[in-house]
Design a binder for this molecule. Structure first.
Ligand SMILES: [Zn+2]
Length: 276
């Protein structure tokens, strides 16, 4: 799934490689997917998008916004974006394919679920999650300072939650989801089940620093090793806690990595240095 490190990586790769290319052909919903979210009827996508030139790309939380001269494209959640050079093969199955004037293609496929939303300049577009991502400070920005974070965590409702629920649900921190959360909590030596109101001042400060540093490192290294970039290459950040490490040893203390289903997704933690 796309989280902050991946949206930043993909947006910067689109910015570096696709700006100035004009869309000559659009195929939307070639392979119907129950959980691929379009803006209106995908049959309208060619009329909305053909003839547009890519102006730039930006990451906002879990979203990648691709700005065209007369329209906007917004990708989110479980969308896989791949750019195919002219000579390369293009996957037979896709949910959105954009062909450019130099015979290269941008191909979007959806895993479990994902957004592929397009709207013309003359149309209005609303997505509450996107609005939230635009309004709240990015954890990579200076605005996400200790003052902002400590206020967020001091909220009466947040105090009652587990750290997983507080950090990775409802997009309180744009772009931080259940994927990035695992290593953030591992570096902070906190169990995902810990209630926010049980954290000491030192643990809270350590958690803040881990959010900043882990997300920055994941982004600078081109995303997590469990995800792929615009060229189909795995990210350079080696994920410590993920499915492949479950049952293995913690590289910090040698404890066993535990996998559990918790709040609509798997959590991973070291049984020794992140006790419940
Ligand atoms: Zn450990």
């Amino acid at each position: 799934m796309l989280e902050l490190p991946e949206t930043h990586t993909l947006a910067s790769q689109i910015q570096a490689n696709l700006v100035g290319r004009t869309i000559t052909q659009v195929i939307a919903a070639q392979n119907p997917h129950k959980f691929a979210w379009y803006n209106g009827d995908p049959a309208t996508y060619p009329a909305r998008l053909v003839g547009n030139t890519i102006q730039g790309a930006e990451a906002h939380g879990m979203f990648i916004k691709v700005q065209l001269d007369r329209a906007t494209l917004l990708f989110s959640d479980g969308v896989n974006l791949r750019w195919h050079p002219a000579a390369g093969p293009v996957p037979a199955k896709h949910q959105l394919l954009l062909a450019f004037d130099d015979s290269t293609t941008l191909c979007a496929t959806v895993g479990m679920y994902g957004g592929l939303q397009a709207w013309a300049k003359s149309e209005s577009f609303e997505n509450p999650y996107y609005t939230t991502a635009l309004e709240k400070p990015s954890p990579l920005s200076e605005a996400f300072n200790w003052n902002h974070f400590s206020q967020l965590m001091a909220d009466v409702k947040v105090q009652q939650l587990s750290v997983k629920a507080a950090l990775a649900t409802e997009q309180r921190i744009p772009g931080l989801g259940n994927g990035c959360l695992q290593d953030i909590l591992w570096f902070a030596r906190l169990n995902p089940h810990r209630k926010v109101n049980t954290l000491s001042a030192g643990e809270l400060k350590g958690l803040y620093e881990s959010i900043r540093e882990t997300l920055l490192q994941m982004t600078q290294l081109g995303g997590r090793s469990t995800e792929k970039d615009l060229f189909g290459k795995a990210g350079g950040y080696p994920v410590e806690l993920c499915a492949t490490n479950a049952g293995g040893y913690c590289s910090h203390c040698g404890g066993i990595i535990i996998k559990e289903a918790y709040m609509g997704g798997s959590v991973y933690y070291c049984g020794s240095c992140q006790p419940r």
